[in-house]
Design a protein around this ligand. Structure first.
Ligand code: GAR
Length: 203
């Protein structure tokens, strides 16, 4: 079977994209990147994509901070569609996804979230965990639907909260787990070891 065509959206550093790209380059994942996109023109994730020769797209920021205007998201969805994305991966993409992306990538869009959902949805989940005083948190890969951080869970990894943890220390420990869980899920989706909500190659 040919390689699964991946699109990634991110708004920042892109360490999860780099970890996934490394696993792909090492031949651990039967996939290839067809596009990396961002709502932030200066995001490091775009530099990381360019270094690897992967096409990039940037959309305008628009007037809201937490979501894109419908027209802008429609344009982004269109570009991702044209690039041939089969699986869309949200890796540090900090906008709430709306109808244009949801419709086009229904059942084939996943998100990485830094907590054990349903605990601590939303922003800065590691800080929420620290404030709540839990002894354990983690990360989740889930299907994306219209409920923010509410789609069905594909896989989770647990991460301990340690005595004296700061937000930075805890987030770094969660990110270590993220750097494994994401490529493992993509590998298993590419091999159909995980059932798709909507298989892009289903006849
Ligand atoms: C990751 O920790 C990811 O879980 C989180 O942003 C970080 C991006 O890091 N995403 C969210 O909080 C989404 N709500 P990266 O840019 O280095 O991959």
């Amino acid at each position: 079977m040919s390689r699964l065509k991946l699109g990634v959206l991110g708004s920042g550093r892109g360490s999860n994209f780099v970890a996934l790209a490394t696993a792909v380059a090492e031949g651990k994942v039967a996939a290839e990147f067809v596009v990396v996109g961002s709502d932030q023109a200066d995001a490091t994730i775009l530099e990381e994509a360019k270094k690897r020769g992967i096409p990039t797209v940037v959309c305008p920021k628009g007037n809201y901070r937490t979501k894109l205007e419908e027209q802008i998201e429609e344009g982004l969805a269109e570009q991702l569609g044209k690039a041939g994305v089969e699986l869309l991966i949200l890796a540090g993409y900090m906008r709430v996804v709306k109808e244009p992306l949801l419709k086009r990538f229904k059942g084939r869009m996943i998100n990485l979230h830094p907590s054990l959902l349903p605990a601590f949805p939303g922003l800065r989940a590691w800080e929420q965990a620290l404030r709540a005083g839990v002894q354990e948190t983690g990360c989740t890969v889930h299907w994306v639907n219209e409920v923010v951080d509410g789609g069905s869970v594909i896989r989770q990894m647990r991460v301990p909260v340690r005595e004296g943890d700061t937000a930075e220390l805890l987030h770094a420990r969660i990110q270590e787990a993220e750097h494994t869980i994401l490529w493992e899920v993509v590998r298993d989706l590419a091999m159909r070891k995980i059932p798709w909500l909507q298989d892009p190659r289903a006849k």
